[in-house]
Design a protein around this ligand. Structure first.
Ligand SMILES: [Zn+2]
Ligand SMILES: [Zn+2]
Length: 413
């Protein structure tokens, strides 16, 4: 009898371990891999630095975020709960705001996914929402002082009719309004003390910018001047902001793209339709947290969004050089028509426009190469030559608003 109960305890215990380690068992379904080659000087780390779980306004447990990241073959994720907006607070009191991170970290234990600690510091505009990642303790980034309830309620009543709220809604609204009274500067200073990388979330979001235009306010300018904002989301979920890209370029901010997922990645991005979540590619020296943080602070990022790559020229061109391969397959018969194979070593479809002086014989000047495929073009060189120089505008690679990257290749024949 004694032996039997020991067995039950052991099997329950291993079931428990199995449940936490089960992130690898979500392997069924379509291939969703998001993979990019390393550049000559750096590793290309794929990351989603903005996601939610039930510990704020998401609807899944953190281990699901880990399983989804494994399925998408990401290198790193951050679960970034709203510190001040806790709609499930009645059922998930969440006194310790580090729990979502700790749960995700536990779920990722047997995997090589890097789980980064982060939080979303949530304010009305300005400054809106800011993500701090690589934090040490989320609990010191927010402050709810119940004695300020009359002031919080006064401000809340400017936006909503408090009488209309249910007890449960009022509980959530009170916490949010109290959280908003805490100085965002103090919260960011504390995040910076912890060594965080901080970025401004969804500056184009309709609820905080009703014309959809990202604009820096005086408060944002002060935060940038004090080195309290290091990056900006140029892409959030479905949205891309050219204004945000310009702000990033003008203020030397890291260009960030995130899913900000609240439900399920597979519901939001259908891989059977060639959709993928937006991610930030980080050009990092090593595959570890310190090196990734250093790369972010050094602004070495590129966003992958709807089969487009968005980044500063200095980061994007070396990545394109690794993605695109050019190889001569020799002349066709005794013609002066050269066959050149172009390979696309990435999870992004690539669209090239011919900028060289040569014409092609079996295509126009637009070359489309699906992800992880090759395409052979026929180049009319007019005479038999030993080497050829080709030049393409990469139409799906954006280096500034309405500006695309250019790649050049010299091919030995
Ligand atoms: Zn947000
Ligand atoms: Zn968010």
């Amino acid at each position: 009898m004694k032996k039997l109960s020991a067995l039950i305890v052991v099997s329950l215990f291993s079931l428990n371990i199995y449940m936490h380690g089960s992130v690898n068992s979500f392997k069924s379904g379509q291939d969703r891999s998001i993979e990019f080659p390393d550049t000559e000087n750096y590793l290309t780390i794929t990351s989603d630095l903005h996601t939610h779980s039930v510990f704020s306004d998401g609807h899944v447990w953190p281990n699901i975020r880990v399983a989804e990241a494994m399925k998408d073959k990401l290198d790193a994720i951050a679960i970034t709960e709203h510190l001040e907006y806790q709609p499930h607070i009645r059922y998930i009191p969440n006194k310790n705001r580090n729990i979502a991170f700790l749960e995700a970290k536990k779920a990722a234990e047997e995997t090589d996914l890097i789980v980064i600690a982060g939080s979303e510091i949530t304010r009305e505009m300005p400054p809106g929402h800011l993500n701090a990642v690589f934090i040490k303790d989320a609990n010191t980034l927010f402050n709810i002082d119940e004695s300020l309830l009359p002031e919080a309620r006064r401000r809340m009543s400017e936006a909503v009719n408090i009488e209309d709220l249910s007890d449960e809604e009022l509980e959530v609204a009170d916490q949010y309004a109290l959280g908003n009274l805490y100085s965002p500067f103090e919260a960011l200073e504390e995040a910076k003390r912890q060594g965080a990388f901080i970025f401004w979330n969804h500056p184009m979001w309709g609820s905080q910018a009703n014309d959809g235009v990202s604009r820096l306010t005086e408060m944002h300018k002060q935060m940038i001047a004090k080195d309290l904002i290091h990056g900006i989301e140029v892409v959030n979920t479905e949205e891309y902001s050219e204004e945000a890209l310009q702000i990033a370029l003008d203020n030397n901010l890291a260009i960030i793209g995130t899913s900000d997922v609240h439900e399920l990645i597979e519901w939001d991005y259908d891989s059977s339709k060639n959709e993928h979540r937006p991610v930030t590619l980080i050009l990092s020296e090593k595959r570890n947290q310190n090196s990734i943080k250093e790369a972010l602070l050094d602004r070495r990022t590129i966003v992958f969004y709807k089969n487009k790559l968005i980044g500063k020229e200095e980061n994007l061109v070396p990545l394109l050089d690794s993605i695109l391969g050019f190889k001569s397959l020799g002349y066709r018969g005794d013609t002066s028509i050269l066959r050149v194979e172009i390979s696309n070593n990435s999870s992004s479809d690539m669209t090239l426009k011919n900028l060289s002086a040569y014409n092609f014989s079996r295509s126009d000047d637009y070359i489309f190469i699906p992800k992880n495929e090759t395409k052979t073009i026929m180049v009319k060189t007019l005479e038999v030559i030993k080497a050829i120089k080709l030049k393409f505008e990469v139409l799906n690679a954006i280096t500034a608003p309405k500006k695309h990257a250019v790649v050049e290749a010299t091919i030995e024949i």
